[in-house]
Design a protein around this ligand. Structure first.
Ligand SMILES: [Mn+2]
Length: 239
């Protein structure tokens, strides 16, 4: 866990945008132990937002620089939270019932709706195949799921921008994860930043925010984790 420390140097607050660990029906004690080590490492500076894998955490959204920057996990962006999930077809009715309870179009309501959906959906066991074939099999079957994943993958930047415009038109930046695709998307003075996934073989981003600038950097793993190459830089508020 200490190898993460260089990433946090010089920060007053460190926001984690959800899915830090598998809170629901985890199979070993290791994730819970690692999560508590992480909490210890960042201490009072850490702000842990909930994601669909850890929906029990209290806070779902964080505002920075007034209401210029919104940080949230990303499942709030879609009305059905994780439309590509394997479990969705088994819980379609319950999900529709939750969606119908939320007509609010503010960020908090969208986040709460996503939390309720995450708490309702029970993870399905993976097929009994060796890793990584068990994951691959679920990604490729049924084909409608593969298509849905591809659709979300290719449109999620635009979706995040539309979400920000809908829930907080006065805001300029939305930062999330959830979609496992690091990148930035801009339209009409707004920017959506996705930090991607911190899973093995991924190239995640981190984002520095100060009074003036939002700076996205690629995280490198050589010789301890570090914030490396700048991938994008935006002024927090238009003057
Ligand atoms: Mn997620």
């Amino acid at each position: 866990m200490a190898q993460l420390a260089p990433l946090f140097e010089g920060s007053d607050e460190i926001i984690f945008a959800g899915d830090i660990w598998q809170e629901k029906e985890h199979r070993s004690e290791r994730p819970a132990r690692m999560f508590s080590e992480l909490r210890e490492l960042v201490g009072a500076q850490g702000i842990f937002l909930r994601g669909n894998h850890d929906p029990g955490m209290e806070q779902g959204i964080a505002w920075l620089a007034g209401k210029s920057v919104l940080v949230t996990h990303g499942d709030a962006v879609f009305r059905d939270a994780t439309p590509w999930s394997r479990e969705m077809s088994h819980h379609r009715k319950a999900v529709e019932e939750i969606v119908s309870r939320y007509d609010g179009e503010d960020a908090q309501a969208c986040s709460d709706r996503a939390r309720d959906i995450a708490l309702t959906i029970k993870p399905l066991p993976l097929p009994k195949l060796p890793v990584p074939f068990n994951f691959l099999a679920t990604a490729l079957w049924p084909p409608s799921r593969t298509l849905e994943m591809f659709r979300v993958w290719s449109t999620m930047g635009e979706e995040c921008l539309r979400f920000l415009e809908r829930v907080s038109p006065e805001s300029r930046v939305v930062i999330c994860g959830h979609f496992h695709r690091a990148g930035s998307w801009e339209r009409e003075g707004r920017v959506a930043i996705n930090t991607g996934s911190f899973m093995r073989t991924s190239r995640p981003w981190c984002v520095d925010i100060d009074d003036e600038w939002v700076t996205a950097r690629e995280v490198t793993f050589f010789d301890g984790w570090k914030a490396g190459k700048v991938k994008g830089r935006w002024i927090v508020k238009e003057s």
